[in-house]
Design a protein around this ligand. Sequence first.
Ligand code: KIV
Ligand code: ZN
Length: 509
Amino acid sequence: MIKIFDTTLRDGEQAPGYSMNLSEKIEMAAQLENLGVDVIEAGFAIASKGDFTSVAEVAKLIKNSEVASLSRALKKDIDASAEALKGAAFPRIHTFIATSDIHMQYKLKKNEDQVIEITSEMVRYAKKFCQSVEFSAEDATRSRPEFLYKVLEAAITAGATVLNIPDTVGYTSPAEIYDLIVGVRENVRGIDKVDISIHCHNDLGLGVANTLSALKAGATQIECTINGIGERAGNAALEEIIMNIKTRPDIYPYETKINTKEIYPTSKLLTNITGVKVQPNKAIVGDNAFAHESGIHQHGMLSNKATYEIMTPKSIGLADKRMVLGKHSGRHAFVDRLDELGFQLPDAEIDTLFEGFKSLADKKKNITDLDIQMLAMRRNTKIPQTYKLDRFVINSGNTITTTSSMKLIYTNPATNKTEFLEAVIPSYDGPIDASYKAIDCLVGSAFSLEDFLISAVTGGTDAFGEVYVKIKNNKGNIYNGYGISVDIVEASILAYISAINNMVYEENR
Ligand code: KIV
Ligand code: ZN
């Protein structure tokens, strides 16, 4: 069984544009557990107070996966990780030091003997707190193999249970990493008692290829991220690695615990949280990954799907666009479709979703599985709805000044009392600008809109529109918001309000 180590919340989250706040990390970690990853790297506990808290909260929540915290090979880092991981069912301390000449000389200013000594000492130190200790030789692929073998052997002797070989700068090739892993297996004493892990960055576009090659050479743990997010060009993408293994068992005869039907929901959740969409042609989870536009392809697909389809959308948990329900469909049929799509929800949630379905059916004649999936995947966020949209009316046209009449329900977080807030605001810049100005006026706190992205999800003029926004408060913190509706103005308003609720919640916790 190959172990999957997900580092979306650490290596992924540290990339610009992907920062997540505490509740978002918790939501993401719970979904990674559903997906079936063996290890969730929840953060770098020493990096900041926020990172420490996220590792601690994820550690308390997760019951089936190991939770790891990254630490440099320094006592204070390991102490912070050990402390943050106290509540974990299965804690793992992950410590690392660089082993390439360039890193040792210019970054660490240490020689080989010193690096070996620090490795032994720090792995032994980590081992006092935790049975599961992972050691990473940073920049392993640019290290002298003979020296790398010695460092890895020292880590094993000190008690490491997992040895990670990172291609930190995405420099290696499939043939070279294959040889390196074989070299490690042949030259490091005690290697057969520990897991060999591979961690590839994607600077030359080879992250996934290198990972699969390392797997063939004998790696037993794979480090990766959802949607391939990560520093610079990112990390090897979990969904691509897993679907390679699943689609080509003749080449990759390995098992993992991943439930592939959770791949699309996990990818989509990450997109919704961070507001960063994957490119349309991204393998596995891109909007076009299963779209067949050319006539020849469509004809082939109609005769036999296997002509052009090597895996099904269903296998990654993506619903298709066939019409399934309409205005007259009842609750029973709706619940059946939800069930078929893998959503087994409590009655109260189904009631809310059914209401959403009915109002969607009023606006949209044919409702597809994909529409239902989008409805069900609207994040059932645990963040309190301090501000909630009650209604809005837009008066707009190309010869008049647009006005937005906005009515929000405000719930006071301290007293739980609710009140209506109303404003009517004109704008020369259209309905979204007028609506955002009306909301600004009702909320009254200082923040600015940093990013706004709108796109259609399901196709056609009555498609669901999705909106991602990022707002920045006066301390420079960024908060994400997401909204979906067949009305793009409503989706925009919902996204803005959700970002504001996120900000209010995080500022007051
Ligand atoms: O890329 C890298 O070298 C890392 C290590 C800290 C594992 O992320
Ligand atoms: Zn990395």
